[in-house]
Design a protein around this ligand. Structure first.
Ligand code: ADP
Ligand code: ADP
Length: 237
């Protein structure tokens, strides 16, 4: 299987605090990789490395190498905008915008310069179908996205990530604020999406990791609280 993301000897510091120590892992293309471990061990920090989300935090320093295909993610000349288009992110709480369902979905494509209404509508329908939301919302596309249920809102966030045609989707505890039924729907989606996308999830739920992932990365904290990868192996079902 092909490697999509390769992290080599990565250290990450928040100021003087080292949050990740010597993390090396290859993430397989078109598979689901789950990162698990105790609270505070650096799971979110590791996930956010893959699309440079951590750039938003002042005082962050990254050492080591991270490649997306053969493109270095942390180099001076990295095209960060292009990187963020290729690597989408879904958070724990559905972070929908205070706009209509339609405007939420076409936000990214518009930002990337797509203007024709017909094209935007095509992207919207495709993305909503990818998350099995089209039938549920097609008559309410101009209504506020806040009217949707939490589970629908989270699927909308996944659709919004898909709308810019990423290659990788990062999901940070994306089911942990949802009821079991919505969680099940999203797990099913992940399975389908993994045929064409590389998916990396953070979860504190071992059962979820066992249900959905192909590979599991176990993290722990060293005595100084730095996060380390202690095991990385095919998920045992
Ligand atoms: P997890 O996702 O496993 O709960 P995090 O990646 O959120 O862990 O956090 C790892 C460690 O880094 C924790 O000790 C946390 O307090 C610290 N940390 C996270 N974000 C910041 C930040 N912006 N500034 C300083 N420390 C941070
Ligand atoms: P979660 O565990 O749900 O990811 P947290 O409550 O750990 O969220 O963190 C929320 C925000 O606060 C994140 O942006 C994280 O980077 C930041 N943060 C976490 N720990 C610290 C810390 N020790 N110092 C500064 N910022 C932190």
């Amino acid at each position: 299987q092909r490697v999509k993301i390769r992290a080599q000897a990565v250290n990450l510091y928040y100021g003087t605090f080292q949050a990740l120590r010597n993390v090396t892992m290859d993430i397989q293309e078109c598979a689901i990789t789950a990162i698990i471990g105790p609270s505070g061990c650096g799971k979110s920090t590791l996930l956010r490395l893959f699309n440079r989300m951590n750039d938003l935090i002042p005082g962050v320093r990254v050492e080591g190498k991270i490649l997306l295909d053969s493109v270095p993610i942390y180099e001076k000349n990295t095209d960060v905008a292009a990187l963020k288009k290729r690597v989408g992110m879904v958070f724990q709480k559905p972070n929908i915008f205070p706009m209509s369902v339609y405007d939420n979905i076409v936000f990214g494509p518009r930002h990337h310069g797509i203007k024709r209404t017909a094209e935007l509508e095509g992207i919207m329908e495709r993305s909503l179908r990818q998350v099995a939301l089209w039938e549920e919302v097609k008559d309410n596309l101009k209504k506020p996205a806040f009217d949707l249920s939490p589970g629908q809102q989270q699927r909308l966030c996944i659709a919004r990530a898909l709308a810019v045609e990423p290659e990788v989707i990062l999901m940070d505890e994306s089911c942990s604020a949802l009821d079991p039924e919505s969680t099940m729907k999203i797990e099913e989606l992940m399975h389908n999406l993994a045929q064409s996308y590389t998916i990396v999830i953070v979860t504190h739920n071992m059962e979820q990791a066992a249900r959905v992932s192909d590979m599991t990365a176990f993290m722990m904290m060293e005595p100084d609280r730095a996060g380390v990868l202690v095991e990385y192996a095919p998920t045992s079902q």
